[in-house]
Design a protein around this ligand. Structure first.
Ligand code: FES
Length: 63
């Protein structure tokens, strides 16, 4: 786990994905971009067959 897949989950999608696990929660603390209330690791967003889509926002990294 590396936290490079950090995304911000859209507000209408929280019920479509699993809850944040303890390990994911710890990894989010080391994400390069700022953690927010809706921060998630994209690789942990396993969705079931009844979910058609989720919306995530990718943090921009300015150079
Ligand atoms: S934590 Fe490394 S790809 Fe998601």
């Amino acid at each position: 786990m590396c936290a490079t897949c950090h995304v911000y989950l859209d507000s209408g999608c929280h019920d479509a994905v699993p809850q944040v696990s303890e390990v994911e929660n710890e990894m989010l603390e080391s994400a390069a971009s700022g953690r927010r209330e809706n921060s998630r690791l994209g690789c942990q967003l396993v969705i079931g067959p009844d979910v058609e889509e989720i919306v995530v926002h990718v943090p921009l990294r300015q150079i």
